[in-house]
Design a protein around this ligand. Structure first.
Ligand SMILES: Cc1cc2nc3c(=O)[nH]c(=O)nc-3n(C[C@H](O)[C@H](O)[C@H](O)COP(=O)(O)O)c2cc1C
Length: 175
């Protein structure tokens, strides 16, 4: 049994960056990091850091399978999303994943930040010119442009702090 397992889904690398930061901070040599596609239940840990990118407001089925499989574990979530850069948006994503975590587990909290989106998304926005409200379109493009800078150093630093916070919440008798 490992102390820590970091498992993440990442299509374009944003969430993987956060996962690597989280993994580097974990204070044990008894730890592993892997893409959820390689996760097959072979490794078990006391504490899981589970990462995903927002896909239409929630996480992928592979991540749902992993979260649903946990029993009597410590679990924390992290991830990236293109549109959300507000606590409310992050809370919505967290809750969509938390719904799959059984009550026997001990939840340690979550950390989300913005991530860059592919340029096809911007192209779609531009294709809306003349058909959508200009102020809405401009707001979406602004968020898209801001996302292009993330995850940045500050996001990684916040991920670092998040790990320390999460670990300080691990109940002594479980870890
Ligand atoms: C098909 C698709 C759906 C997406 N859905 C959302 C969404 O619902 N909300 C959001 O904020 N970002 C959404 N995004 C943006 C991604 O969550 C964002 O770019 C994320 O950082 C990608 O992480 P990755 O590089 O780890 O794959 C979507 C991106 C794609 C390609």
């Amino acid at each position: 049994m490992l102390d820590y397992l970091v498992v993440y889904a990442s299509e374009s690398g944003n969430t993987e960056q956060i996962a690597n930061e989280i993994y580097s901070v974990l204070p044990s040599s008894s730890k592993k990091i892997m893409n959820v596609r390689d996760w097959n239940g072979r490794y078990e840990a006391d504490t899981y850091f589970i990462g995903f990118w927002a896909n239409r407001g929630t996480c992928s089925l592979e991540i749902i399978d992993l979260i649903s499989s946990l029993k009597y574990k410590n679990a924390a979530f992290f991830g990236t999303c293109g549109m959300g850069n507000t606590d409310d948006y992050y809370k919505g994503i967290e809750n969509s994943a938390l719904a799959w975590l059984a009550d026997s587990n001990y939840y340690l909290g979550s950390y989300f930040c913005q991530g860059k989106m592919p340029s096809v998304i911007r192209d779609k926005y531009e294709a809306c010119r003349g058909k959508c409200e200009p102020y809405l379109l401009d707001a979406m493009i602004k968020i898209y442009e801001e996302g292009q800078k993330h995850p940045d150093k500050q996001d990684l630093l916040k991920a670092n702090v998040f790990v320390h916070d999460a670990l300080s919440r691990v109940p002594e008798n479980v870890s």
